[in-house]
Design a protein around this ligand. Structure first.
Ligand code: IYR
Length: 223
């Protein structure tokens, strides 16, 4: 076993408490403006923005730094069309009987249904895959990844924050099951899609559900 190799953390920026409070408040204000939208514009968005957001996602912490994620980035119109068709097929099953009455009731505030035109309209679709295990490139043997859903979820969170910071609207879309994304994006069997992140400009005068977020005391306890 190789010995651990450590280097000095020279990139850390030390900040005064006041500056930290100010910066944390500014970031909160930025993130408070993040809303999921379900209608997108077809206005083009530079690939560099998406690349930077994916590089940001790749900076997320992960179990044993295995980085057990893959981002399949889709902009090709034909592929988006096929993806829409296959996602809508799953959604028809979901809304047409697979989902429980409680679940459908919980979705009423969002006005969702089986129609997913945004999958063809938005310029960028990013399929986020977790890598449940890895395959050794030489032996083909399975190697272990750790905290896979947590790690991939963290990376997806970084991705969404980065896209929002850049000035894009997003939608986390979860057609279920998502196995068709492996076939469409030619991804191996050790990878499982966890969500599809739709990114672009919002449609003009886009409407969003009138819903709020819990107050601090409802989702934190201080000990
Ligand atoms: N995947 C479906 C249903 C859906 C489920 C949840 I939980 C949501 O927060 C939103 C939608 C759809 O995309 O319509």
């Amino acid at each position: 076993m190789d010995a651990a190799k450590f280097i000095e953390h020279a990139d850390f920026i030390e900040r005064e408490p006041d500056e930290m409070v100010e910066r944390s408040a500014a970031f909160l204000e930025l993130m408070k403006r993040r809303r999921t939208v379900r209608e997108f514009s077809d206005r083009p968005v530079p690939r560099a923005v998406i690349e930077n957001a994916i590089l940001t996602a790749g900076r997320a912490p992960s179990g044993a730094n295995k980085q057990p994620w893959h981002f399949a980035v889709i902009s090709d119109a034909t592929l988006k069309h096929r993806l829409r068709e296959q996602a809508e097929e799953e959604e028809r099953a979901f809304y047409g009987g697979k989902a429980s009455d409680d679940w459908l009731e919980d979705l009423v505030p969002f006005g969702t249904n089986e129609h997913k035109p945004f999958l063809e309209i938005a310029p960028w679709l990013i399929a986020v895959f977790k890598q449940s295990y890895d395959l050794d490139p030489t032996t083909g043997e399975k190697t272990k990844n750790y905290y896979v859903p947590e790690s991939a979820g963290l990376a997806a969170g970084f991705l969404i924050a980065a896209l929002h910071n850049a000035g894009l609207a997003t939608l986390t879309h979860t057609p279920s099951p998502m196995g068709f994304l492996n076939r469409l994006c030619d991804r191996p069997k050790n990878e499982h899609a966890i969500m599809l992140v739709v990114a672009g400009y919002p449609a003009e005068k886009v409407m969003i559900p009138d819903i709020g977020k819990k107050p601090l005391e409802d989702f934190s306890s201080w000990h």
